[in-house]
Design a protein. Sequence first.
Lengths: 319, 319
Amino acid sequence: MEAVVKLTERILAGDQRAIARGISIVESESAEAAVLVSQLFSRAGKARVIGVTGAPGVGKSTLVDALATEWRREGFGVGIIAVDPTSPFSGGAILGDRIRMQAHAGDAGVYVRSMATRGHLGGLSHATGDAIVILDAAGKDVVLIETVGVGQGEIEIARTADTSIVVTVPGAGDDIQALKAGIMEIGDIFVVNKSDRDGADRTVADIEGMLALKAHEDVDWHPPVLKTQATTGDNVMELLRTVRRLEAKQEDSVDRRRERLRSRLYDILRRRFREHVESRTELMLAVDGAVERMIDSGLDPYTAAEEILARVLKESRDS
Amino acid sequence: MEAVVKLTERILAGDQRAIARGISIVESESAEAAVLVSQLFSRAGKARVIGVTGAPGVGKSTLVDALATEWRREGFGVGIIAVDPTSPFSGGAILGDRIRMQAHAGDAGVYVRSMATRGHLGGLSHATGDAIVILDAAGKDVVLIETVGVGQGEIEIARTADTSIVVTVPGAGDDIQALKAGIMEIGDIFVVNKSDRDGADRTVADIEGMLALKAHEDVDWHPPVLKTQATTGDNVMELLRTVRRLEAKQEDSVDRRRERLRSRLYDILRRRFREHVESRTELMLAVDGAVERMIDSGLDPYTAAEEILARVLKESRDS
């Protein structure tokens, strides 16, 4: 634990290697992770969290790097987390980090990290939330979170952001389908990247058409659709300005933060509840027994869950 | 509740409209859902659950329909669930169902249904699990689950299947990336569909190369990579034979089913725990209070979760 106290101090001082160590700890989901985040939490809450979501190949990383460069130019500290569902055996995440770090080589103001699922579902959004706290407490002004795909876990991660940017490319018919099929709701800003390609205006019109169908909950913010070329930097400044316009609007709203903290609390609470169950031998025996009865005598999972919950509450009553 | 008993009987008799009503109930996640599934559970457990996962546009639906047609030809009852993260406003799911039902028009032995997220994250895999129980209890011999994308929620759904088929198309460089990036582990069988296109053999080799890198946990089953043309039916029979070969191997293994039931039980238990918390005014006040302290005085979510859990257990002790 003394090691964690020391690490906390180094993270608060913005030490890159300490940040790296801290993120590895939260990825491991060990008991140390809870101690570390508890210590850093009160020092976090200042960073702006920007989510950037889109299918593989749309140029998300290039766009994120271009945004990071602009923010760095103005002196802001930037953290980048690339959420990568790569399995541990591919090693792709590590290679990607090396390539990307070179783009910001020698700049201690940018920290880039890929985070991958490690077989444990649900763990990724948890670890990402903790990594944001670390980067925030380390003094990063902006934390960019890159996510691929349209799965539920990804949407959950995107929801932790203050601002969500959804990226696509011209003529990506299937991508538009995918957009329609999930991330449409979370987008605060839409970007058609690689806008030099044929059909960019058509894609912009398609997205605007879909947005028009949707009654956006926030009457003050109709999500804009921007064209960019991340490789040349074209219109990246306009995207940055748009992010800031939204930021200014959100400034006085504490609701989004409250909602985020509440879902974070429930997330940890559910996990602690499971740990509680798994730490009691008699409860684990009850779970094992219920599973066997589900197999042997058709006990249904709802009744089984009811039994286990009653037992957890009774067990604490008896202790 | 009497209505549910009646519905249960009709579902057990295989009535299509009763199945439809039952799935709508589990989608709504009402109290009725738990009663319905409890009643049907002991009558389920016989159906073979096949997951088919792949990016939009690879021809998943056509492949699933081709497989369904083959199974039907042999007299098996087939259920198809297309898991579609479409938001409610698009209405795409309903339209898709109508088109697909026409392919099996007049055949009461096939039931097709799309299931969409309704804003509630995590709810989809829950509802899909319940829908499988309904189709299984209704006497379907095979339940095909179609999922898009590589998100965590999707992988979770794919894991509920006995057999997971991962579909891609020739030369889909980005798709291969996506494969690499998540669904590689869950694939028992890989399919390169639209195999008349250029580069099919190359794509097969790429996938085989990736599989070779991976030490598959099951030494008895090295995932095969098949080429198909779902539109012409080319090699669909070979795919069916491969599914059966795997089925024969798995027959004597109860471990996969046990794992699945255990995760199902935890899933429902976590939800019931949250419902328990939300049903007690004093616990809800404690959650609200914790969130405010997180905002105002930097209380961290781990400490907050610890407090709430202690309170839940104490509250049951005092009652």
